[in-house]
Ligand binder design. Sequence first.
Ligand SMILES: CC(C)(COP(=O)(O)OP(=O)(O)OC[C@H]1O[C@@H](n2cnc3c(N)ncnc32)[C@H](O)[C@@H]1OP(=O)(O)O)[C@@H](O)C(=O)NCCC(=O)NCCS
Ligand SMILES: CC(=O)OP(=O)(O)O
Length: 334
Amino acid sequence: MGSFIDTILAKAASDKQTIVLPEGDDERTLKAAEAILADDIADLVILGDADAITASSYNLEGATVIDPRTAAEREEFAHALFELRKAKGMSEEQALDLMDNVLYFGNMMVKLGRADGMVCGACHSTSDVLRASLQILKTAPGVRLVSAFFIMIVPDCEYGDDGVFLFADSGLEIQPDSERLANIAVSSAGSWKTLIGTEPVVAMLSHSTYGSASANADRDKVIEATEIAQELAPGIRIDGELQLDAAIVPSVGASKAPESPVAGKANVLIFPDLDAGNIGYKLVQRLAKAEAYGPITQGLAAPVNDLSRGCSAEDIVGVIGITCVQSQAKKAQS
Ligand SMILES: CC(C)(COP(=O)(O)OP(=O)(O)OC[C@H]1O[C@@H](n2cnc3c(N)ncnc32)[C@H](O)[C@@H]1OP(=O)(O)O)[C@@H](O)C(=O)NCCC(=O)NCCS
Ligand SMILES: CC(=O)OP(=O)(O)O
């Protein structure tokens, strides 16, 4: 793994957080858990069939293993879930039934402070993972929109921060309007600062650079989103609309958008919709052999992060480290 993830894991280990891994029946999750425990990076709670987990070939000594179907906390968590969701029509019985679902049980652990964060999605779809978190944890104070990004580490790449990029939204918001797109850009700049620590340089991506394409709704959405984002965060370098080459390649940026403070230097790439963002990250991951960590959420009241069902155990280790660093940052702010 590259130096980005080494730095993240060292930071995670410096102030250990407690992370729930609800997919205890997934082989990659157990392999990742073994690596996290061996390097003393986080305290782990693993959910699932306790007999099967403890009988697995992985050394999970030190982890707390809970089977939600028989856990002592079921009634307490179900009642708390009912209180949270009764206005939305949930009954006590439905809340208790949901405690069989590891995603709901895990989110309740985070909600009630039994864990600092959660990582899952190796064998659950993104919509199932995120819906449960959006319903239970909700947005952080002052935040209107939750969105999701990937940290991409592209090998042998001189663009971005030596090949490090943030791609958003690659996981959650399907068709953001200009206001939502602006919010995604501003949140992504904040996430870049939290995880990478250097200055975010944010490009609002389009098929057009500075009006090169004739007016159309897609282009105009990105132009409007850029204006809103610049107003929301005047201290952050955000510019658009920019094509991908103008955003990251200095010579192309200089020729297509010479006055832009972002063109040719972008490290945070904001895609116009989820089709572009999700396809874009998978292209770079698979064709450029980039490491891809995410979807990492931003704007949730507590860090719950998703995975692609195509993830490796190493990806899970990285996302656990990122979740710990997000939790440390959240505690530092409060
Ligand atoms: C995440 C997702 C499931 C949420 O939307 P949904 O299915 O429409 O769920 P709901 O409308 O029931 O929303 C659930 C709750 O989340 C809230 N919510 C939904 N999107 C939100 C957002 N971006 N920010 C904050 N809250 C949000 C809703 O307001 C709702 O709250 P409430 O139940 O307390 O009123 C949906 O956006 C989705 O499927 N996204 C794409 C995921 C995906 O497939 N990605 C590709 C692979 S990574
Ligand atoms: C992030 C993502 O695309 O997830 P999945 O591959 O599981 O759909």
